[in-house]
Design a protein around this ligand. Structure first.
Ligand code: CUA
Length: 334
């Protein structure tokens, strides 16, 4: 039996059909080159665990009943040694753990060594959004990748430990402040998949969600070019709306009046706001600019000073576009 047939057989036993997307009862679709071998090992360990759990419990219950203490019967001393039995119960587990080690170590090496021609995307994690930085400098809050091409992620955190997790790719890697961590994958199927933060990082940890968009052959480059030119091709108010979405502002600020981690921006222009230090101000362009670059300078009363600075991370034209967008949020609809 070849190893491919064996893998297919185990896939089927695990509930996924050979011509399906590789998803099964407990696992999402398999969309990266490593997904099948990861699932194979998971299913193998699961099968071994279930088999021995059932065996041990059944034998234990049988012995408890069969050899229970009864009136008029005395315990006999047991034979102290059975070489064949002891070799068997040492040998079988030994073979199993060696198999698990070999498959696990091979998978570990594959997953920690990106191919030399990988496309590189930088990742910045912060409470509570992801920024994906493409080679031309464009930044997006969703991860866009080409299909059938190895992609290497170099990841850093602005604040606490986060963890980048893409279930469909079977990729999970911690993102730690003060050092870079790396991950790579090669997507095998165009589509849209989930990306989560898998390390509890504070209040809005569960909102730290993004999409992975796998573009069909040839379409990734077109997407990147169009996405990167938005400041030149869009009206400022539309560019601002896009920035608001792709740069993570919407994770903490609503535009419909509801309160999230930060104040809502609905009708923000011309409003008078009270600050934590007792002062107050009518919101204008200068205050918005200050709040983006020095968020801690004047914190709106009732909110925690948790917004990170965007100094050096948003250009002047981008800040202007955001201001134009906030002006349009006057409650009259867009
Ligand atoms: Cu970031 Cu949880």
């Amino acid at each position: 039996m070849t190893s491919t047939t064996l893998v297919t057989l185990l896939d089927v036993l695990a509930g996924s059909l050979p011509d399906g997307d590789g998803s099964s009862f407990w696992l999402p679709p398999q969309v990266s080159t490593v997904a099948r071998s990861v699932d194979w090992l998971f299913n193998f360990i699961l099968a071994v665990s279930v088999f021995f759990f059932v065996l041990i419990v059944v034998v234990m219950v049988f012995f408890v009943i069969r050899y229970r203490r009864r009136e008029g019967q005395k315990a006999e001393s047991s034979p102290n040694h059975n070489l064949a039995l002891e070799l068997t119960w040492s040998g079988i587990p030994l073979v199993l753990v060696i198999m698990i080690f070999i498959f696990g170590f091979k998978g570990f090496l594959d997953m920690s060594t990106p191919p030399a021609n990988s496309y590189e995307i930088l990742v910045e994690a912060q409470k509570w959004n992801w920024s994906f930085i493409y080679p031309n400098g464009y930044i997006d809050s969703n991860l866009h990748v080409p299909v059938d091409r190895p992609v290497r992620l170099v990841m850093g955190s602005q604040d606490v430990i986060h963890s980048l997790y893409i279930p469909a790719f079977r990729v999970k890697m911690d993102v730690v402040p003060g050092r870079y961590s790396k991950a790579w994958f090669e997507a095998t199927e165009p589509g849209e998949y989930d990306l989560f933060c898998a390390e509890y990082c504070g209040t809005s940890h569960s909102d730290m969600i993004a999409h992975v968009v796998v573009h069909p052959v040839g379409e990734f480059e077109t997407w990147l070019e169009q996405a990167s030119n938005f400041l030149e091709t869009m009206a400022p108010v539309d560019a601002g709306r896009k920035l608001f979405q792709v740069r993570g502002c919407q994770q903490c600020h609503s535009v419909d009046g509801s309160v999230k981690t930060g104040p809502s921006l609905l009708g923000v222009f011309g409003q008078t706001r009270n600050f934590a230090d007792g002062s107050s101000l009518t919101i204008d362009e200068n205050y918005i600019r200050e709040s983006i670059l020095e968020p801690q300078a004047r914190v709106v009363d009732g909110f925690d000073p948790v917004m990170p600075t965007y100094q050096g991370r948003l250009s002047d034209p981008e800040i202007l576009a955001l201001i134009e967008y906030f002006k349009s949020l006057d409650g009259s609809g867009e």
